[in-house]
Design a protein around this ligand. Structure first.
Ligand code: B12
Ligand code: SF4
Length: 567
């Protein structure tokens, strides 16, 4: 009998979009021959944070849980605590964007045994094989790991990136029931995720994956992309997110795979993230992408203020944003635009310019600037340890960084109201295009649900506060019964958060290693270049965009005392 590995997608508040983690399934595919696996998603089929333990079919030897999202990190710990309480010897592994960038904290909680830092597949394979006794490499010699060694968080050397993404095994979609994945009330049908490339060569100051992938970009071949679309069709998927940061990075690549999709008569419609500069530099891409199935573009417009775009190191301009919007409109691609407000120093007028522009695109999404771990904004507001407490509020309309938080919170509400309530929106309801009409109606249903939930939460919170005043109603657990989200930190995590002495060394290590690996440099916005015609900003040239072997600091690990923090 093989050892047992549980693959766990942790519970989130974000339930209207049902998608499991592609990263987890891609890692799982590397250990098919070594373990028996079961995939459990605590967001679908009635499974949640409270009852997920009842849905585990057997006692696992290993649990692999995703820590992709900053706003979900405490939920991950709540899951881990329940698992460790029932099975103290189970090995818990995590990985993903957030986990990689705040790995010291996760292992310090002692609820997580190993964090796979950065690209997961090869590290995960080696680690799982080590745990089940298929190799005897010491844990601290497995590249790309964070673990506790001599009582302290310890990071092994960085693992070089996989050179050819076609070498990856196909993600383990066979462990997942396609019909469980869709967007609530949406016209898109069943959903899946396909990755055509990996990484991003840009360095926006708010973005965590730019740090994770060290500003590299790699692609799958058009044949491999076409194969993955075909297999997705075969398993019944009708819609997919391109699960990548920058699908249009190399125009030849996207032209080739779109042509391959058209040739094979692809029926899957897809959604992709895009940059305004790439849309404007290659206007011929939009019609080809449409023909290949692209129906929605999530464009990182971010702002209509050049000053704000510069402080984000975005490398685009307001003029590019306008042109990109027009190209997408002309090609009937629905635009779901992302905007961020609340950068320190941003004026009301600058925010207002973004709000106004938002009313001219199909669906603007406004977010308040967050200090995602290890980004410039986190460093400038005290580092990961200072910001961690705020992760709990990352879902909500809170402003942490701007000098006038009330203004930003107000503008956020106003922007959201304009995004949904602007009279122009009504036209989309009656659009002759089925897809656009369906998309619009779906977004409205989501909005109504969000409003209803907020109203309910507020009401519930007030009721709870009133109840808590009654002398005979003291138990916080009682108040939370039936709740879905993390509310109380597991004691081990509280301890790790409240222990400044232990944190001091980890923080020193964090800062020093970050400075040494050049992460700071990647996000510096001292003098961001203006969009330079093709809008490439500060991205390195093509030939520099290959994954580089780890530098000395990366391979140094931390067997010694950490070097002093940079001045
Ligand atoms: C598709 C997507 C979504 C989808 C579905 C996500 C899902 N279920 O996975 C939806 C629409 C739901 C979504 C929503 C949001 N998203 Co999103 N999303 C993505 C996107 C584009 C792709 C993720 C992906 O599959 N990548 C491809 C895989 C192969 O890469 P990977 O996940 O990094 O996995 C590798 C490693 O990280 C590691 N790994 C990953 N997981 C695990 C687990 C284990 C056990 C191990 C060992 C290793 C490992 O190994 C993998 C292979 O090498 C990413 C950007 C990106 N490219 O990562 C943003 C991203 C993850 N999203 C982001 C954000 C902010 C959000 C939202 C908060 C947006 C919003 N304001 O509402 C919401 C909240 C979601 C929530 N809390 O649940 C941020 C996360 C930042 C952060 N630190 O939190 C990202 C990184 C985008 C960005 N530019 O900043 N998202
Ligand atoms: S373009 Fe900027 S925001 Fe988008 S993935 Fe790259 S670094 Fe992040």
């Amino acid at each position: 009998m093989k050892p047992k590995l549980l693959l766990l997608n942790p519970a989130t508040w974000y339930k209207s979009v049902k998608l499991t983690s592609l990263g987890l399934l891609s890692c799982a595919a590397t250990v098919r021959d070594d373990v028996d696996m079961y995939h459990l998603d605590a967001n679908v089929g009635g499974v949640n944070l409270k009852n997920f333990m009842d849905h585990i079919p057997w006692q696992p030897d290993i649990v692999a849980v995703v820590t992709q999202y900053t706003n979900r990190v405490f939920n991950v710990l709540t899951h881990a605590q329940a698992l460790k309480e029932r099975w103290p010897n189970v090995k818990i592994i995590t990985g993903g964007t957030h986990g990689s960038l705040d790995c010291d904290f996760l292992v310090k909680t002692k609820l997580i045994d190993f964090v796979v830092v950065g690209e997961g597949e090869l590290t995960f394979q080696e680690l799982v094989r080590r745990i089940v006794g298929k190799n005897d490499k010491p844990y601290d010699e497995i590249e790309g790991l964070c673990l506790i060694k001599d009582g302290k968080p310890y990071r092994t050397p960085h693992r070089p990136f996989i050179e050819n993404l076609d070498d990856l095994p196909l993600p383990a979609w066979d462990l997942v029931e396609t019909k469980k994945y869709y967007m609530d009330n949406s016209p898109f049908g069943t959903m899946t995720m396909i990755e055509t490339s990996r990484g991003c060569a840009f360095g926006c100051t708010f973005c965590s994956p730019a740090l994770l992938w060290k500003r590299t970009w790699r692609k799958k071949s058009p044949e491999r992309v076409a194969l993955e679309f075909r297999l997705a069709e075969e398993r019944g998927a009708e819609f997919t997110w391109l699960a990548e940061l920058d699908p249009c990075h190399d125009p030849t690549h996207i032209r080739e795979f779109c042509t391959a999709l058209v040739k094979q008569g692809n029926t899957i419609r897809w959604f992709s993230q895009q940059r305004a500069d790439q849309i404007t530099a290659h206007p011929d891409l939009a019609p080809l992408m449409y023909a290949a199935g692209c129906r929605v573009a999530n464009v990182g417009y971010e702002s209509m203020s050049i000053r704000t775009l510069r402080s984000f190191n975005k490398g685009t301009t307001p003029a590019m944003n306008e042109k990109a919007r027009d190209i997408l409109h002309e090609n009937n691609i629905v635009t779901n635009g992302g905007f961020i407000i609340g950068v320190p120093g941003e004026t009301k007028e600058e925010m207002m310019a973004s709000v106004k522009f938002g009313t001219t695109i199909d669906f603007p999404d406004f977010a308040i600037l967050r200090a995602y771990p290890s980004t410039r904004w986190s460093d400038e507001s005290g580092g990961n340890d200072e910001n961690r407490e705020n992760y709990k509020k990352f879902n909500e309309g809170w402003c942490f960084l701007h000098e006038n938080p009330k203004l930003v919170e107000f503008m956020h509400k106003y922007a959201t109201a304009m995004a949904w309530g602007h009279p122009k929106r009504i036209f989309a309801f009656f659009s002759p295009d089925d897809f656009r009409r369906g998309f619009c109606q779906w977004r409205y249903r989501v909005y109504v649900e969000v409003l209803a939930k907020r109203f309910y939460d507020k009401f519930k919170f007030k009721a709870q506060t009133a109840l808590a005043k009654l002398p005979w109603f003291k138990s916080p657990e009682k108040l939370e019964e039936g709740g879905e989200e993390y509310k109380f930190l597991p004691p081990e995590a509280e301890e790790a958060m409240d222990n400044p002495a232990a944190m001091a060394s980890a923080e020193m290590f964090e800062r020093a290693s970050k400075a040494a690996t050049g992460q700071k440099e990647c996000c510096s916005t001292d003098k961001p270049e203006e969009g330079n015609g093709n809008g490439k900003g500060k991205a390195p040239k093509k030939e520099e965009q290959v994954a580089v072997a780890p530098d000395k600091a990366d391979t140094d690990g931390s067997t010694k005392d950490p070097p002093p923090p940079p001045a």
